[in-house]
Design a protein around this ligand. Structure first.
Ligand code: LMR
Length: 331
């Protein structure tokens, strides 16, 4: 009898395996935020600012603990960890969400956006809302859309004319559109997680890659390459994600502090992402060991002719009314 009472008691105390306990506005809450980039990147800096402001505004009650550089979870692991509730917040590149819904590939479309304003129109409008809804159905809450910026190309040889891509192994984020982009150029796309890129470039497992100046600079990828082409051919940005059941288990006050603060941080993040990519590009340009090529209008036109039709692989996946919305925004 004593033993069964003890067991019953223990069962009563044990947290339920799947459900998250509802929090109270008085208790200490610790959220883990895992991401793969440097603390000095636009995503890393915004994560820190969000954590600091939330801590201050909650009087130290709500704490966001940040694990940068993929030290906790790498690409490919972090989504699974979020779904299982091992981590509460992640902010993967939208390209990496294409495994859950291929329509995320709209952000990957080459030469589709003229500027970040157009990207924001898409993310902050009905298309961003549709993607939020799709993720909610999969148990994930999209809390915000953050920028990195436009990607440039790095390689161990010059990339100017289309024929320069022939047979080159190019690292990509795992996304069908990015894969097709390099196949169309005659290159061999190699999907690798962000943590594997430095080693792959160093050991010449790949000839090149595409990334933003801030990622290339903060991770020193550019130092392993001799040539940079300023192509600004595609966008790289993020969705800030939380496990939906965990989000719903948070008390009203905690949710309000997190979301109100995130709104402010997102406005700031988009501003500094633009500034930082410009500053990091200037630093890369200053490196004497790198040869920089700015795509000429003629070269750009030739690249666009090959790559822009990829839009027709993604846009038809959206409902009719959104297709015209997307076509109004991009080109
Ligand atoms: C990459 O894998 O190149 C990027 O998604 C990394 C990041 O989070 O910016």
């Amino acid at each position: 009898v004593v033993l069964s009472l003890l067991l019953l008691g223990l069962q009563g105390c044990a947290p339920k395996a799947v459900d998250f306990e509802q929090t109270s506005p008085k208790e200490k809450i610790v959220l883990t935020f895992s991401h793969v980039v440097s603390d000095a990147s636009p995503k890393g800096r915004a994560a820190r600012l969000w954590a600091d402001l939330v801590y201050q505004r909650s009087g130290g009650r709500v704490e966001i603990k940040i694990y940068p550089n993929g030290t906790l979870y790498k690409d490919g692991e972090e989504l699974e960890a979020l779904k299982k509730g091992y981590v509460q917040i992640i902010a993967p590149a939208t390209s990496k969400l294409t495994s859950l819904d291929s329509r995320w590939g709209v952000f990957d479309l080459p030469f589709f956006f003229n500027d970040l304003e157009q990207v924001h129109q898409l993310a902050d409008g009905p298309v961003g809302e549709l993607l939020r809804k799709s993720m909610r159905e999969k148990g994930i809450e999209v809390l915000a859309y953050w920028d990195n910026g436009f990607k440039i190309l790095t390689a161990d040889r010059p990339l100017e004319n289309l024929k320069d891509f022939q047979g080159l192994k190019i690292r990509i984020m795992d996304s069908p559109i990015l894969k097709k982009q390099f196949l169309k150029l005659g290159a061999i796309p190699v999907p690798l997680s962000f943590n594997e890129v430095f080693e792959a470039l160093e050991n010449k497992k790949v000839n090149g890659g595409e990334n933003t100046p801030s990622n290339l600079y903060s991770k020193k990828f550019y130092q392993l390459q001799s040539y940079v082409t300023i192509s600004n051919h595609g966008y790289l940005g993020y969705a800030v994600l939380m496990n939906r059941d965990y989000f719903n288990s948070l008390d009203q006050e905690t949710r309000k502090i997190l979301l109100d603060t995130l709104k402010e941080v997102t406005a700031w993040q988009r501003k500094i992402a633009l500034e930082q990519n410009a500053a990091d590009l200037a630093r890369i340009r200053n490196d004497q060991n790198i040869k920089i090529h700015d795509l000429t209008p003629e070269e750009k036109e030739a690249w666009q002719a090959v790559l822009k039709p990829l839009a027709y692989e993604i846009i038809p996946l959206f409902p009719k009314n959104l297709q015209s919305e997307i076509l109004k925004i991009g080109n």
